[in-house]
Design a binder for this molecule. Structure first.
Ligand code: FMN
Length: 319
């Protein structure tokens, strides 16, 4: 079974990937949060280069993800990535953000299937490296997926990762796993599942219904419980010492990159990581108001000294 880390803008970038792999072991594959492809004839900007730098991704199988509806720019970006040594490029057809969707990108591209068909025709023919896709199943209604899937089935995709929600769901509601099952049954190319796999029970249920599953992408589950992939493979849950070491290394690495802004970045991580504790609300209250690095460090010291770990850590919105 392939276990990969989901692309999550602002959360699972190169720093998170490296620190997580060091503390909890590498996952089989990692996807970068979405990047805009460079303009024709130029290279990626500084921020994207930090994400793609081979030195930052050493030892990890990283697939860059591009967000665009411009086939020429995608092919150019894929060429630049191929020259850097990447062996696959992923297309984002899932981003639900209003501004992205309004430009016909991410899940907004699913509104114009003729254009998507032509885009895939060109990029699959001209990209120097295989093209995989991460998709939602529609914009407004599940019924859209029949036609969307028909488009995918016409192209030689390297892999199709299905997050079975529609754009309007954002990240709410229950993923419609049947849409993934249908894809798995019909696609001639590899298919991966993504969405709400937060503990062993979730994985067991997926595998019981879809035993042919070969690749599961994990997102919020890993943020809430960094030992999730290990426990899915039968390993031990995270100890307090492991969590604290992971936290400290993450903090140090972000601090080196962004100085005092580290507090805001870490607070975003805590909005998921608090699920590792028995009383997530209490953890939330301790970090909620801190602004300065010293206040933050004192709050975190208290969390690791005073808060109990959850017996069964699991991401939920309410935690
Ligand atoms: C804060 C945040 C940022 C995300 N950024 C991206 C992204 O850059 N590219 C992408 O394809 N999906 C992105 N996603 C979606 C995740 O990759 C994943 O599909 C989603 O969280 C569902 O998986 P999960 O239930 O395992 O978390 C993002 C999700 C969140 C919550």
């Amino acid at each position: 079974m392939i276990l990969s880390l989901a692309p999550m803008e602002g959360l699972t970038g190169h720093i998170f990937r490296a620190v997580h792999a060091e503390c909890f072991g590498a996952l089989d594959r990692y996807y970068t949060p979405f990047l805009a492809p460079p303009h024709l004839g130029s290279g990626f900007g500084k921020r994207a280069m930090a994400e793609l730098d081979p030195a930052e991704n050493r030892g990890l199988d990283v697939v860059p993800q591009l967000l665009t509806n411009d086939a020429e720019r995608f092919v150019w970006g894929a060429q630049v990535l191929a020259d850097m040594g990447f062996r696959e490029v992923n297309l984002n057809l899932g981003c639900p953000s209003g501004t992205v969707v309004a430009k016909g990108r991410g899940s907004g591209f699913l509104r114009d299937l003729e254009a998507l068909d032509a885009f895939l025709e060109k990029v699959c023919a001209e990209s120097p490296i295989p093209v995989s896709v991460k998709t939602r199943i529609g914009v407004a209604a599940d019924e859209e997926y029949e036609q969307i899937l028909a488009v995918y089935l016409r192209h030689p995709l390297a892999e199709l990762i299905v997050h079975p929600r529609v754009q309007r769901d954002r990240y709410q509601g229950i993923p419609r796993q049947a849409a993934y099952g249908e894809t798995l049954r019909r696609a001639p190319f590899p298919v991966a599942y993504n969405g709400d796999i937060f503990d062993c029970g979730d994985m067991d249920a997926l595998l019981a219904t879809y035993p042919a599953t070969r690749h599961v992408m994990l997102g919020r589950g890993i943020l809430a419980n960094p030992a999730l992939a290990r426990t899915l493979r039968g390993g031990a849950p995270a100890t307090r010492e492991e969590l604290e070491r992971f936290h400290d290394k993450l903090f140090e690495a972000y601090f080196a990159e962004m100085g005092g802004n580290v507090v805001f970045r870490m607070k975003e991580w805590w909005s998921y990581a608090r699920c590792s504790f028995a009383n997530p609300l209490s953890v939330h209250r301790r970090v909620r108001k801190v602004r300065k690095v010293e206040e933050y460090q004192a709050a975190v010291h208290d969390i690791f000294r005073k808060e109990e770990l959850a017996a069964a850590p699991r991401f939920t919105w309410s935690c």
